[in-house]
Design a protein around this ligand. Sequence first.
Ligand code: ATP
Length: 363
Amino acid sequence: MKSVSVTLKNISKVFKGFEGQDIRAVDDVSFSVKPGEFVTLLGPSGCGKTTTLRMIAGFETPTKGKIMIGEGDVTFTPPWKRDIAMVFQSYGLFPHMSVGNNVAYGLKMRKMDREKIKKQVSEILELVGLKGFEHRPPSSLSGGQQQRVALARALVVEPSVLLFDEPLSNLDVLLREQMRVEIRRIQKQVGITALYVTHDRTEAMTLSDRIIVMNSGKIMQIGTPNEVYEKPESKFVASFMGKIAFFPVEIKAIMEDRVKVAIKGKELVLNKEIEISENLKYVLGCRPEGLYLEAPGKGHIEGKVLTNVYLGNYVESYVKTEFGEVMVKTEAGVSDGFEEGAAVSVAIKEERAKLIPDTQANS
Ligand code: ATP
C-alpha cells in the first residue's frame, strides 16, 4: 500500500453561530504527518479536533490555509477525489448487506473484476480477524466486530490516508483496549498514513507515533507520547496527559544541563530538559509516581494524609498541602507507616520533576 504525507498550513475554520457570530473552531493550525505515521489529534470536547479531521477528509472547507496530501493541494478537492478513507464512531455499515458485500462495495463502485473482488475481500477480512464472516449480516456481529468490518471496508480500496473519528467510543472498556492494539497492528502491517481523533489520552498514548494536543482551536504541543507526557510545554498539556501536581518554584541557578530551584527555600537540582529563560515564570510539575512520602520535615512540602487507596501493587495517597491536594503514588509496602490523618512530608524525586512554563503568568 502506498503511504503519503499530510500537511496542513495555517488552517483556520470559522463557523457562523445562530446569531451570526463567529465560532473559531480551528485557529491557524499547521502540522505535517509523515508517510506511514500514526498521528492522533487529542483534546477536550470542542477543541476543534473533529473539524480538523473533517477538513482533511474534505467534508468541510477551510476558511483559511492549505491542505496537502502528498504533493497535491487538496484544499478544495471533494472527498471522493482525495484518496482517503474514514472510519466513524457509528460504524456506518449497510444493514441490508452481508459483511462481504459491505466490504466489497467500494471495489464494485470501481467496477473491479468479480473474482478479484472476492479475493481482495477475503484477504482484508483475514487481516482484520474476520475470516469466514463474508455471509453474516452486520446485525449478527458484536460492536467490535462491526468496527472491524468498517475498518476492512476502509482499507480494501487501498487509500493513501486512513482517518479515524473516535472509532472506539461505542465499545466497552475491554473491547476498546483490544481494538486499540488491533488497529495499531493493522496500520503498521499495512504501512498506511493514519490520523486519529480522540479525547481519550490512553487511547492516544497506545496508538500514536506522535500526538497533537489541541485546546480552543489551537495546537498546544506536538510530540511523541513520551514527550507530551514527560516534557509538557504548558500546564494545560501536563494536566491533560495525566494527574500532576504543580508547585510554585523559584529559579536559583541555570547551569549547563542542570537547574537549581527552590520551593519555599528548599532547594532541588533538576535535569535541564527544556531551555530555561530567566525572564519567564515556571511551575514545578510532579506526577504521582515522581513523589514519595517522608516523615514530617524530611521532604519538601508538609501535609497531612487524607486518604490512602490500595490498588494491589500501588498505594495512592491523597495529601493535603498548602498548595492544594496532591496525589502520591508509591509501591505498596513503601509508605505503610503513613496512615490516614498522619502528618507527612511530600518529597520530590528530582529526576522526575519537570519545570513547566507558567503560560498564564507569562502572558
Ligand atoms: P467533540 O470531541 O465534542 O466532538 P471536537 O474537539 O471534535 O469536540 P469540533 O467538533 O471540531 O470539536 O468543534 C469545535 C467547535 O466548533 C465547537 O465549538 C463546535 O460547537 C463548533 N462547530 C463544529 N461544527 C460546527 C458547525 N457545523 N456549525 C457551527 N459550529 C460548529
